[in-house]
Ligand binder design. Sequence first.
Ligand SMILES: Cc1ncc(COP(=O)(O)O)c(C=O)c1O
Length: 413
Amino acid sequence: MGFKVDLLLIIKIGVSGLKLNYTKYKEIFEGKKLPLAFVDMELLDENIHQVLQRSKNIPIRIASKSVRCAYILDYIFKADNQFQGIMSFSGSEAVFLSQKGFDDILIAYPVTNAEVIEDICKEIKNGSYINLMTDKLDHVHLINEVGKKHKVKIPISVDIDMSVDFPGLHFGVWRSSIRKPNTLKSLLEEIKKMEFVSLDGVMGYEAQIAGVMDKVEGKWLMNNVIRSLKKFSINKIADKRKKAVDMIRAMGFDLKIVNGGGTGSLESTIKEDVITEVTVGSGFFNSHLFDNYRTFRHQPAAGFACAINRHPDKNIYTCSGGGYIASGSTEKLKAPLPFLPNGAKLIKNEGAGEVQTPIIYKGKETLKIGDPVFFRHSKAGELCERFNKLNLIRNNKIDKVVPTYRGEGMCFL
Ligand SMILES: Cc1ncc(COP(=O)(O)O)c(C=O)c1O
């Protein structure tokens, strides 16, 4: 079974490798001002297809943080009606999207500013469904107060911590304070008493499965340890989620949303019977962190091009810009990855620089001053925080140029 999957993977990567051609991309962007960001729409289509296949028939909520471009969000929704709803990363973003006509928005992180909740209230009054995440009584009190002021019942969800503790190891992330059944029970009892909130959803993000790579080059031992830890946690996660859902339902709440997972965990999350939807974001652009998972391989659909502005030595080319480092714990994988021309590499001592990025390239392409080098960002949505526009390419040409959130003057976090 494992062999069959790996063989299929090699064939797929081999095929896509042929499609990723330096000359093709170079010709498409000939004469354009660099740096620029782009999305290869044919590869995005392949990723959309693959996400649908991996999710089987479970509805998919799109994590907007990993897209950050309204046009692309809309494009994904139009591709298939299995895409239902947005997982938003901030209250102001939810308002922005609602005003653009997007509906069914679950804000996955608590909103703690009354003014923003008031803006959300106005959207709800105008007919949008926007659901706010909570894990503490303070969150719920604030939402209830604003709901009372505006005479609106505000949909909320509770966020259940999905980490698993091993002796000496906290396998997961520090987000929700709901780590034990009793904490959930006390919060639910308080929520029951509140008139202006309606508990519609429960979310549990198993970051240790979805966001932890288990096929990193040169890390054989670590990969195996992580795979074992993942295997061991999957049943515990399912059990924790089921118990939480059972408790919420038993206390009389009408749960509509049981959300879990992310790009990296679809295979295990969809196996849980209680799940009503999964979340996917990074799998669409497929930033390079997501090349390092054992169970799937998506296409490199988004990237950016920087111009070579110097040629200081035989195999060294220095590009203008490029230092777009990703968030999270600081490590080598958070740097952008030069991917075309094939074989281009960052220089260890300099990395991707503030205004200049030297690369080593010893391959067969002849590179000249002004030529592009193509990179992929480590994280999907963060690419759009660096560029105002995305150049959408299809049929070997720029088909459309669309604004990112940043290009619309929006910077939410
Ligand atoms: C709550 C939540 N759900 C799902 C995801 C998965 O998103 P992606 O598919 O972009 O990895 C994340 C990512 O951080 C998250 O915070």
